[in-house]
Design a protein around this ligand. Structure first.
Ligand code: ZN
Length: 133
């Protein structure tokens, strides 16, 4: 039987560092060297000052659920009904979308403290999941 893989990640020159960081166990945030601000999702230039002088800083991986959805339809494999997806506000101030794990439906609420769990899903994909602290 063929293994059902997760959807493939979208990698380009602007996001390559983010996915490479996850493979090294690091959650990275794009940083502007000109104005010292952070941004996510990554882009080709700073959204604040339009500088191209960008690097990355490592996140603590701690944050809170800023919003969430529980996906019921459509359900592409390998996801199950009620699949929880969070909009996580990191303590550094940027937000990212990630799957919530090790959490009961009743625990999922705006403001719930969470931490990152970086997990290889298959040979090509390593993702950042978040679980309650
Ligand atoms: Zn900037």
């Amino acid at each position: 039987m063929t293994e059902v893989l997760r959807p493939r990640i979208g990698v380009n020159k602007d996001t390559q560092f983010f996915w490479d960081g996850l493979k090294q166990g690091k959650l990275l945030i794009q940083h502007c060297k000109s104005c010292d601000r952070l941004q996510h999702p990554p882009g080709p230039c700073c959204k604040h000052c339009q500088s191209f002088e960008l690097d990355a800083v490592e996140s603590s991986g701690r944050g809170v659920i800023d919003s969430y959805v529980r996906m019921h339809h459509p359900l592409p494999p390998p996801f199950k009904k009620g699949h929880p997806i969070g909009l996580i506000k990191l303590e550094e101030g940027t937000r990212l979308v990630a799957e919530l794990i090790n959490i009961q439906p009743a625990q999922i609420a705006v403001g719930t403290a969470v931490k990152v769990v970086i997990t290889p899903c298959d040979k090509d994909v390593t993702l950042a999941f978040f679980e309650p602290v």
